[in-house]
Design a protein around this ligand. Structure first.
Ligand code: ZN
Ligand code: CA
Length: 441
């Protein structure tokens, strides 16, 4: 009883005392850890290098498409949000990730060199885990008045057994649970957090222990009052402070975490970093404001002001309008290396763009686990065809040479002994070189 009273009286204040709390993601990370101060290790750099080499491909012909399922969990009709709010949230994600939001004009020009669009788009799943057609929205009635308690127990909404709903396979779908994350404090309903998300396990810019206790709890959770655009309940009161969050950007922020991004201030003071080079460091989160006068820490190369425009800050939604290039690169690397099955459907077989009219060359399957079958049809004699499998550090692992080819030609590449990962398949046709990506699994 005493313990319960203690929690009731003091926990809300320990959570809210300094400023309103937008996002629950830092609650489960140990921000005393030095792990994320030494944020960037080799594997992370490799992933970034891969992205750099493929930037052209990523920004032009390939959009990484992520299927989404939205689980609406409701105790009453208000929480049972309309489909239109779900559609508007998907639109906001696509608009903000592609940087086609009209408020990019509000970004201070000092950030022009680091702001970047992401070729990442989201769509409501059309096929459910059983192979049946779906609109990508599930609705579950619950008896739970809230999915967060004074112990900040997380993830109850992700389990049939605790009044929530089980995830769809987390490797194939981005699961977004929308439910009530309010405390009831002295009869008043106060959102404890507006949302939270887990990054994939083992990312080098996150401390250990950042992943969910159960792999099936992977995904994003959003408080129902701030989901979608122009949500009618979006004026949220957190212990006397009103937060307006009606632009759908809580979800943009949480999907950023899901794709590996840390808070832009690194969840610490000026010595803490988010593991990315281009994001300005800051002494703390923005306090839901749009204070463009702040420059709380001296950056390493160029001293930027604090970047309240960044989706990964706690600034007001009205001044958020961009990710940075390094943030975008990290999200690409996470999708390609850690969440590949989400985008897998879009990369089944690959045509090599040679710009040689007389040649048609393609390979399949992609991803591959044993043999790559390369098919070449040429109307003119090819004197020399060289095919190389190259790793992300540029090392040639396999090489095949063929001379004097005409007509149909098939080449088999045995990749059974190659480690799982992302590689390049390079074709050199009479000194015309083209590179495609291939995934070995
Ligand atoms: Zn956050
Ligand atoms: Ca600065």
């Amino acid at each position: 009883m005493i313990k319960k009273l203690f929690l009731l009286l003091f926990l809300p204040f320990s959570v809210f005392s300094q400023h309103p709390t937008k996002c629950g993601t830092p609650f489960y990370i140990n921000n005393q850890s030095s792990f994320f101060k030494e944020a960037v290790n080799n594997s992370f750099m490799n992933a970034k290098e891969w992205v750099n080499n493929n930037r052209k491909k990523l920004s032009t012909d390939s959009i990484l498409n992520v299927p989404v399922v939205v689980h609406i969990i409701h105790e009453n009709s208000i929480e049972n949000l309309d489909d239109s709010l779900v559609y508007s949230q998907i639109e906001v994600l696509n608009r903000d990730f592609s940087r086609s939001n009209s408020d990019t004009v509000n970004m201070r020009s000092v950030f022009d060199t680091i702001a970047a669009p992401a070729s990442i788009q989201f769509y409501l799943a059309t096929i459910d885990p059983n192979g049946n057609p779906t609109n990508g929205i599930t609705r579950t009635f619950t008896n739970e008045s809230s999915f967060i308690d004074f112990n900040l127990t997380l993830d109850l909404m992700k389990d049939d057994a605790t009044g929530g709903v089980d995830a769809w396979p987390v490797e194939k779908y981005l699961n977004i649970w929308v439910c009530d994350l309010s405390f009831n404090v002295f009869g008043q309903s106060i959102p404890a957090i507006l949302g939270y998300a887990y990054p994939p396990a083992g990312l080098s810019n996150w401390p250990q222990g950042s992943s969910p206790t159960n792999p099936n709890f992977d995904g994003v959770v959003i408080h129902y009052e701030v989901f979608g655009r122009n949500n009618p309940y979006s004026s949220v009161n957190q212990l006397g402070t009103t937060i307006s969050a009606n632009m759908g950007r809580t979800c943009v922020h949480e999907v950023g975490h899901y794709l590996g991004l840390r808070h832009v201030w690194g969840d610490g003071d000026c010595s803490a970093d988010d593991g990315l080079l281009d994001t300005p460091i800051a002494i703390d989160q923005s306090q839901f404001d749009c204070d463009s006068t702040k420059n709380s820490c001296v950056d390493f190369s160029y001293d930027f002001p604090d970047m309240i425009e960044n989706y990964m800050d706690y600034s007001s939604e009205e001044c958020q309008n961009t990710f940075t290039r390094d943030q975008v690169d990290l999200m690409y690397a996470v999708l390609i290396n850690d969440r590949y099955d989400l985008i897998n459907n879009n990369m089944i077989s690959t045509n090599v763009e040679t710009n040689l009219e007389y040649i048609n060359i393609s390979f399949l399957p992609n991803p591959v686990s044993d043999f790559v079958q390369i098919s070449l049809v040429t109307q003119k004699k090819v004197n020399n065809l060289e095919i190389k499998l190259i790793d992300i550090s540029g090392r040639v692992l396999l090489k095949k040479n063929n001379k004097n080819i005409y007509g149909n030609h098939k080449i088999k590449l045995d990749v059974k002994n190659i480690k799982t990962g992302v590689y390049f398949l390079q074709t050199n046709i009479d000194e015309k070189i083209n590179t495609s990506t291939i995934v070995i699994q």
